[in-house]
Design a protein. Structure first.
Length: 321
């Protein structure tokens, strides 16, 4: 079980808390002890959920026909994120444009999915039981309990998952979207589901979805400008690339018995501690897993080997454990 938790649950996208999940894996290898909670795929902390709820408020207000001013005033007063909410709301309303039946149904469907993730994702101090308690987002998936318990490291969740597709409201929305799709647009439910709040650039992907909704297109061939001011929600790409370029050689040097020096290498050695056969084997396994992810996974590669043409994050890396 230690092996599985130390290596097999490595985030293929890097996670919005990058590089925390990888550092925690090193800590657990160093302790030779399974973690109490795995901050990996499908884990979302309170701060992330609150950011998500801010955007949900915007979409809810747009659907209700409210102008951007009152929404911006509320978000500015709440003060959770210090961005230019009047501009962000005005830009979002401009992107979504005029209401029509298909667009309203699409935005409502996206909003439902955002709320589903807010309610269903877990963290060690929020076992998917505190957010969205007043919203029915699908019946509990009883069969998902064992998988969720394993994924999170042995923690039992009060509601291990929800079957969003079984919600009567979702079924009605999907039927409407299929019937009302504009000419040349083929409705696909997968378009909504291809979004996860744990991903580093989750809100940039949301930005793209809302742009497509406003322009009544579901393809991915448009150049989408930034309008949600979400750059501070995903890691600084340059800092992430620099850290990765020091981290992976440091990890390999440690398990080979030839530790490197430098800030990142010193942290790797300090967290792993004195080598033992078990720790060296686990570290080697973990290093191999990461090399496969970055070579074959688009999400992690785009974070640690960034394309300068892409939108860049501004969130500083946190290297604390």
């Amino acid at each position: 079980m230690t092996v599985e938790r130390a290596a097999n649950f490595a985030c293929p996208c890097g996670h919005n808390e990058f590089p925390r999940p990888y550092l925690e894996t090193l800590r657990d290898i160093g302790r030779e002890t399974p973690p109490a909670f795995i901050h990996s795929c499908f884990t979302v902390g309170r701060a992330r959920k609150r950011q998500l709820q801010d955007y949900c408020l915007c979409l809810d207000a747009w659907l209700a026909g409210v102008p951007p001013g009152p929404v911006a005033a509320e978000l500015s007063a709440l003060g959770y994120r210090r961005i230019d909410w009047p501009r962000a709301c005005t830009d979002l309303w401009s992107v979504l444009g005029r209401h029509d039946e298909w667009k309203d149904a699409l935005v409502e469907r996206v909003l439902h999915h955002l709320r589903y993730w807010t309610k269903s994702t877990a963290w060690d101090d929020d076992r998917a039981s505190e957010f969205g308690r007043d919203q029915f987002l699908g019946p509990i998936e009883e069969d998902d309990g064992a998988a969720a318990t394993e994924r999170y490291g042995g923690i039992l969740l009060p509601s291990p998952g929800f079957d969003e597709a079984a919600s009567p409201r979702v079924r009605q929305l999907d039927e409407r979207l299929a019937a009302l799709a504009p000419a040349g647009v083929e409705w696909a439910r997968e378009w909504v589901h291809e979004w996860w709040p744990c991903a580093p650039k989750a809100f940039r992907y949301l930005e793209r979805k809302l742009w497509y909704a406003g322009h009544q297109q579901l393809d991915h061939g448009l150049e989408v400008p930034g309008f949600l001011q979400c750059e501070d929600t995903y890691p600084d790409h340059d800092q992430a690339a620099q850290w990765w370029n020091e981290f992976t050689p440091a990890l390999e040097g440690w398990w080979r018995g030839a530790p490197l020096t430098g800030c990142v290498a010193d942290q790797v050695s300090g967290v792993l501690g004195q080598p033992t056969p078990l720790k060296s084997w686990l570290a080697r396994l973990f290093a191999y897993k990461l090399s496969r992810l970055v070579e074959n996974g688009e999400q992690l590669t785009s974070l640690v080997r960034p394309n300068h043409a892409h939108q860049r994050g501004t969130k500083p890396l946190s290297l604390e454990l």
